[in-house]
Design a protein around this ligand. Structure first.
Ligand code: GYE
Length: 325
């Protein structure tokens, strides 16, 4: 009986594969059937990530693609396993958002040896040989860090120092944590009023953001003027910690974070968050274009960046209905 079922399943699979290939004129034109894409996502750590996953899944649901989606739960080892499994399955294109920057050379060499092009999305990698990936699509995280600091410089105009800053970093070793920290420092380093008194990772989650902020408050008492959080979710967690400590987020402690998710706009509207720097997660359509081009062997730019802005409390109410994430 088990054998019969097995054969039936196999037959179904063959028929289905035939159908999806035959249905798709564009895919067929590109060289027989849909483009099989193996996509390895970081995890589900933030509002940003949820919106990003939705965008990628929607864009790659088009019949010209056949998506194999894998969630790494913020662990590099899971991602490496997923990439190896995509290579073993001989997918046409691999796309992934690398949880951290380093440690990819070996698995990317394996993909290259198997002739499978790799498109990096959202987070960049640090590899010795750039030919190990075809292209990267994502934000300029250094610029986002600069923008957060520029907002702070503007908001501190005419204020005497010192301005004591605590920083909630993203995932240790990730491109957005490394780069946002770098861009922020670059701007405040020129003004000796600004001092980063504590800096620790909250792993991009609300829960860790709250916990680490609690520790900051315990250590520094009322001597914190500003919180810089590498993403909105950690800022939202920290807001809770600040309120529980009997302080007013947004005034006793001014807060700037990054992403521009709906929750941040709501917090700004309530006066609890001062500013958010936009980081657009809706990369799906551009990612789909790049995958199509890379698969067709067309030349693509090595780096594609996304247009983004900065929003403050004053703009929050008017902007809220326009937010796509
Ligand atoms: O800012 C954060 C998410 O890689 C840009 O990852 C992304 C970051 C984003 O967890 O919220």
């Amino acid at each position: 009986m088990r054998q019969v079922l097995g054969v039936a399943t196999l037959l179904c699979a063959v028929v289905l594969a035939g159908c999806s290939g035959g249905d798709d004129a564009q895919g067929a034109a590109a060289g027989g059937g849909a483009i099989t894409v193996g996509f390895s996502q970081v995890g589900a750590e933030s509002e940003w990530r949820t919106a990003n996953t939705r965008s990628v899944k929607e864009a790659l649901a088009a019949p010209e693609f056949n998506l194999k989606f894998s969630d790494a739960q913020q662990k590099q080892e899971n991602q490496i396993k997923a990439l190896r499994s995509f290579i073993a399955q001989r997918v046409d294109v691999i796309a992934f958002s690398p949880v951290v920057e380093t440690g990819w050379d070996t698995v990317l060499r394996e993909a290259k040896a198997a002739n499978i092009p790799v498109v990096l999305t959202d987070r960049a990698v640090n590899v010795s040989d750039d030919s190990l990936y075809a292209t990267f699509i994502g934000s300029d995280f250094v610029e986002e860090g600069r923008r957060a600091a520029q907002w702070l410089v503007g908001d501190s105009e005419g204020k005497a120092g010192p301005v004591r800053i605590v920083e909630l970093q993203g995932t240790v070793g990730s491109a957005p944590a490394n780069d946002r920290m770098k861009g922020f420092k670059e701007v405040i380093d020129g003004d000796d009023r600004f001092r980063i008194v504590r800096s620790q990772s909250g792993d991009f989650t609300r829960a860790r953001g709250k916990e680490v902020m609690e520790a900051f408050l315990k250590a520094e008492g009322r001597n914190i003027d500003v919180l810089f959080a590498h993403n909105d979710d950690m800022a939202i967690g920290a807001i809770q910690a600040i309120e529980e400590a009997g302080l007013k987020p947004g005034s006793d402690i001014r807060i700037v974070s990054i992403d521009g998710v709906r929750g941040a706009f709501e917090a700004m509207k309530a006066g609890k968050l001062n500013a958010t720097v936009e980081c657009n997660p809706l990369l799906g359509p551009q990612l789909a274009d790049l995958i199509r081009d890379v698969h067709a062997g067309n030349e693509v730019p090595k780096r594609v960046t996304v247009d983004e802005g900065v929003f403050t409390q004053e703009q929050a109410e008017a902007e809220l209905p326009n937010r796509g994430y």
